[in-house]
Design a protein around this ligand. Structure first.
Ligand SMILES: [Zn+2]
Length: 107
């Protein structure tokens, strides 16, 4: 089990969204609508920015986690960041419940 945000540390906290939200992604000419209602399990390091809704810090951690070990060109990196920004903005708009601690062996 890895943190849903940075993908590095084991998650210690669960954030449930207050309500599900829709993500609209355009793949070429195909619009894909994804319904998100899953909880977010994050590590100690990622907990504060999720709790405070600091989009900038959330993005920094998420994008670093996404591109880790992958060779991306600058435009690809920008595209990933834009997609993540759109996603996390919607997540924060939907709102998160206060974090609940995860049991150590909970998966
Ligand atoms: Zn993390």
């Amino acid at each position: 089990m890895k943190c849903d945000l940075c993908g590095k540390q084991p998650p210690k906290w669960r954030f449930n969204p207050r309500r599900p939200f829709l993500e609209f992604t355009l793949y070429g000419t195909v619009l894909v609508i994804t319904d998100h209602d899953r909880p977010w399990d994050v590590c100690d390091g990622c907990k504060p920015c999720m709790q405070k809704g600091q989009l900038h810090l959330i993005l920094q951690r998420a994008v670093r986690g996404m591109v880790d070990g992958r060779m991306l060109t600058k435009p690809e990196l920008r595209a990933q960041r834009a997609k993540a920004k759109n996603f996390f903005r919607e997540l924060l708009k939907a709102g998160l419940m206060p974090p609940v601690p995860l049991e150590p062996d909970d998966d």
